[in-house]
Design a protein around this ligand. Structure first.
Ligand SMILES: C[S@@+](CC[C@H](N)C(=O)[O-])C[C@H]1O[C@@H](n2cnc3c(N)ncnc32)[C@H](O)[C@@H]1O
Length: 469
């Protein structure tokens, strides 16, 4: 058995070298990895940690990045942000740059490049004249994903949110997937960068018109987040735009930035620069977290309509709209199905404590409600209580043996914990059940994935298990 303190020291070193933060329930995974890496080098764990601490060890840090980073991404992810970019941010920047005829954009934590190419496509669509110089830089700490980005070949799965017109115009179908066309590839370059380390050139002040940094801040320590946000803000031209992930709010009044919202998404504009175009509504002087308001209010709602409409908004990942619709319709959602949907939406909008309270209430009211246990499991897992989440998933699966999604989560969690045998059994069962899974449950608990996507995900997790059931 290992002595206490080693995983803690490993965590501190990962924070020091990469800016990463981990939840307590990641301790087991980290401990396994630590033992494995020390053994690879023929070192005692203590010596390995001392070496990692003592001086730069790039090859080893690379190995750790490749083993630990989460690299999920796809083209035009969070389409509403790309709509805001296309219709608000880019027209404003193009007007401001009309003399220089240049647009510079940065994709921070670009993973395998889909986001960087999406930015280049959006810019080329907005400014087709070849005499405009468009450049996109994609940076990431993980060389494995950057190699994929350089290659610019993607499976159909990566283009799942890409409209057909865009697919036809900017991709070439071949080799059972898609190549990004050269016209776009030429605009994008990739660079290996660890955002926890300084890089004067990358962060030179006032150079980028648009910076995207999505789905990274949540993995970083608060110190690294604030240093990075400050660098990104400085590196934007006055009037330039910063887009963060849905869960990465900086509050309503971050230094040097003005909160904006349109297209049901929020983003930031660096102070200064030319007067913004009138079309962009200024954000309300609301306190954090930012809640988008809409130019067109939803029409008055007939109560029976509310549930299917809110479910549909959830399907479109318009969580705040759905929540607003559900809660605006009366004194409070009373039916268990409304309360369940309410809980799911609270969880999606980051109000985890409220979601947990609601899910607990639902399962207290009816302990035999498998959906309540599934919701509780999802919330607890997000809130780092994985052992309890597993108990809730088991209950959900027990109460409804036909319920695929708890099986799937149990399989994924078992894999994360290195228990491939349990994982394979659960994932196999989930695969069998997914074909029959209720559409409503897929919307509620599928995390934005449809049935086919979940099936592919399940199959690839199963393939990655070292054992077969
Ligand atoms: C979930 S992906 C985000 C992809 C894309 N931005 C998106 O939202 O679809 C997170 C990426 O952050 C990268 N990353 C993690 N820590 C990093 C660091 N310290 N410096 C640079 N990139 C890092 C990972 O390698 C991974 O590719």
């Amino acid at each position: 058995m290992s002595r206490p303190g080693r995983p803690g020291r490993f965590r501190e070193l990962l924070a020091k070298r990469l800016g990463w933060t981990f939840a307590d329930n990641d301790a087991r995974q980290l401990e396994d990895l630590l033992r494995d890496r020390a053994a690879q080098h023929g070192m005692h764990v203590e010596d390995y940690l001392t070496r990692l601490d003592a001086r730069p060890w790039e090859a080893e840090v690379t190995e750790l990045v490749e083993r630990l980073s989460i690299t999920e991404t796809y083209f035009f992810r969070h389409g509403e942000q790309f709509a805001a970019l296309r219709e608000d941010a880019l027209p404003e920047r193009i007007a401001a740059r009309s003399a220089q005829r240049t647009l510079r954009m940065l994709s921070v934590a670009c993973s395998s490049g889909e986001e960087a190419y999406s930015l280049a496509i959006a810019a080329r669509q907005a400014r087709p004249d070849p005499d405009w110089l468009i450049s996109v830089t994609g940076v990431d700490a993980n060389p494995q994903v950057l190699r994929k980005a350089e290659k610019a070949w993607y499976s159909t799965w990566s283009l799942r949110e890409t409209p057909d017109t865009v697919r036809r115009r900017w991709f070439r179908q071949a080799d059972s997937g898609y190549w990004v066309v050269d016209e776009i590839r030429r605009l994008v370059r990739f660079q290996r960068t660890n955002v926890a380390a300084p890089d004067d050139d990358l962060w030179r002040p006032e150079q980028y018109d648009v910076v995207f940094c999505r789905n990274l801040l949540m993995y970083l320590t608060p110190d690294v987040v604030s240093a990075l946000v400050e660098r990104m803000t400085r590196a934007l031209v006055p009037g330039g735009f910063l887009f963060l992930g849905h869960t990465d709010s900086l509050g309503s009044n971050p230094a040097g930035l003005e909160l904006r919202h349109s297209h049901h998404s929020f983003y930031y504009r660096r102070h200064g620069g030319p007067t913004p175009l009138q079309r962009i509504a200024p954000a309300p002087a609301a306190s954090s977290p930012p809640v988008p308001s809409y130019a067109v209010r939803p029409e008055p709602v007939v109560p029976e309509d509310v549930y299917p409409r809110a479910l549909d908004l959830l399907r479109q990942e318009r969580f705040t709209d759905a929540l607003e619709l559900l809660t605006a319709s009366g004194p409070g959602p009373l039916e268990p199905r409304d309360r369940l949907l309410h809980g799911v939406l609270l969880a999606h909008t980051g109000r985890l404590d409220e979601a947990v309270a609601l899910a607990r209430k639902l399962s207290d009211d009816n302990g035999l409600n498998p959906d309540a246990h599934q919701l509780l499991g999802l919330c607890l897992e997000d809130g780092s209580a994985v052992a309890e989440a597993i108990g809730q998933y088991r209950l959900a699966a027990y109460l409804d043996p036909g319920f695929a999604l708890p099986r799937m989560r149990l399989g994924q969690l078992a894999r994360r914990q290195g228990d491939d045998r349990t994982a394979a059994g659960e994932l196999e069962r989930a695969l069998d059940l997914l074909a029959q899974e209720d559409d409503r449950r897929i919307t509620l608990f599928g995390g934005g994935f449809g049935r086919i996507a979940l099936t592919v995900l399940c199959r690839s997790e199963l393939d990655a298990c070292a054992v077969r059931p």
